[in-house]
Write a protein that binds this ligand. Structure first.
Ligand code: F0G
Length: 358
């Protein structure tokens, strides 16, 4: 068996790379497409979960980052910058470390999950917390990249979208065609745009006979695409998608109309309920933002708009270990702690509700 070589080498002839491109890779992509029997039963569909938390830094960002950093190196960049709610900064920091270049990451005030911040610190990024939200961070990052010798690696950089489109290729590789429906979280809508591009290329290449309907979900307190209006003070516990002015808004609307797609909003309570359901029924641990794909599937299923027997893929974008605190809360918000007992077999058996076998 040979090892997966990362998305650039695996999809070399479908990306804008050449022998002049240094391949900066941590072996990203090749993530599992996991059958979800519970969700299938509950919805009457054939449901699969694309677990992007299995990428090297724990999120789908690595697919785009391998391309963005490789192309930055090809262009001779010595430093890269991004604005981030956390995952992009972790990925930027890791790939820049591998490449041996400087990275700078701009993060919003106090709203980034501990796991993600730890990653950026560990990989020695220059971390600057901006007294504002993600949208403010992105504005500053864009201006810096326009006026100073630093290369922008946010998804407004097309190399990022190019790398991320490989997720659609993998889904088609696994299923033998595109699914009927694809569900995913939406923040800047870069990934929505990327999946659409990937499927569109597969369709043109004749590797699938259909374009999936792509269903994107935003948190109710940060749902500008759903409302059609920029949100000045986006709020949600799903910090990864706490974005009020999506960078790829126009591209996403074009993708929506091309796929007969859909954008919906989910409450924070709905996100946490889906987080619990996915962990408990499917064995997949994700960060809250990623659980919105599951919440979205349930919402659309209950709305009665999905055809029975159709195939659905849910992208879950980031690993649960990025932001694990949510698993340790009950539905009413109190803390969950393990039961403590003395070193005593019978006491443990009693707690497990078991009688001694005879
Ligand atoms: N899920 C996770 C876990 C994310 O980190 C993000 C975006 C998204 C979904 C949404 O993807 O922006 O392409 O629509 N995180 C960015 C970041 C903003 O800085 O890490 P999108």
């Amino acid at each position: 068996a040979t090892q997966w070589r990362g998305v650039i080498r695996e999809y070399w002839d479908r990306l804008d790379v050449s022998k002049n491109t240094p391949v900066i890779t941590l072996g990203e992509g090749g993530t599992p497409l996991i059958p979800a029997p519970f969700l299938s039963e509950k919805t009457g569909l054939d449901v699969y979960v694309k677990f992007e938390g299995m990428n090297p830094t724990g999120s789908f960002k690595d697919r785009g980052m391998t391309m963005a950093i490789s192309k930055a190196m090809e262009a001779g960049a010595k430093a890269v910058i991004c604005a981030s709610t956390g995952n992009t900064s972790a990925s930027t920091a890791a790939y820049a470390a591998w490449a041996g270049i400087t990275s700078a990451v701009l993060v919003p005030d106090g709203k980034i999950a501990m796991g993600k911040l730890s990653q950026a610190v560990a990989h020695n990024a220059n971390i600057i917390q901006i007294e504002g939200n993600f949208d403010d961070c992105l504005e500053i990052a864009r201006e810096l990249a326009d006026n100073y010798p630093i290369h922008l690696v946010n998804s407004v950089n097309n190399d990022r979208i190019e790398g991320q489109k490989t997720a659609s290729f993998e889904v088609v590789d696994s299923l033998g065609r595109a699914p009927d429906y694809h569900f995913m979280p939406v923040g800047n809508a870069g990934n929505y745009t990327a999946y659409h591009r990937g499927y569109k290329e597969e369709l043109a290449r004749g590797r699938t006979d259909r374009m999936p309907r792509i269903f994107g979900f935003q948190a109710a307190g940060s749902a500008p695409i759903v409302s059609g209006q920029r949100v000045l003070k986006p709020e949600t516990l799903a910090s990864a998608i706490r974005i009020g002015n999506p960078a790829s808004w126009d591209l996403a609307l074009a993708a929506q109309s091309d796929t007969n797609g859909y954008f919906g909003a989910i409450s924070d309570e709905g996100i946490l309920a889906a987080h619990r359901m996915l962990s408990q029924t499917t064995g997949v641990f994700v960060e809250p933002s990623s659980a919105i794909s599951v919440a979205g599937l349930m919402e659309r299923s209950e709305a009665g708009v999905l055809e029975r027997g159709a195939t659905a893929v849910l992208t879950v974008t980031g690993h649960g270990l990025k932001d694990p605190s949510w698993a340790l809360k009950t539905e009413d918000g109190s803390d969950i702690e393990p039961v403590r007992v003395p070193v005593d077999v019978e006491r443990v058996a009693e707690l497990l509700g078991m009688e001694k076998s005879s």
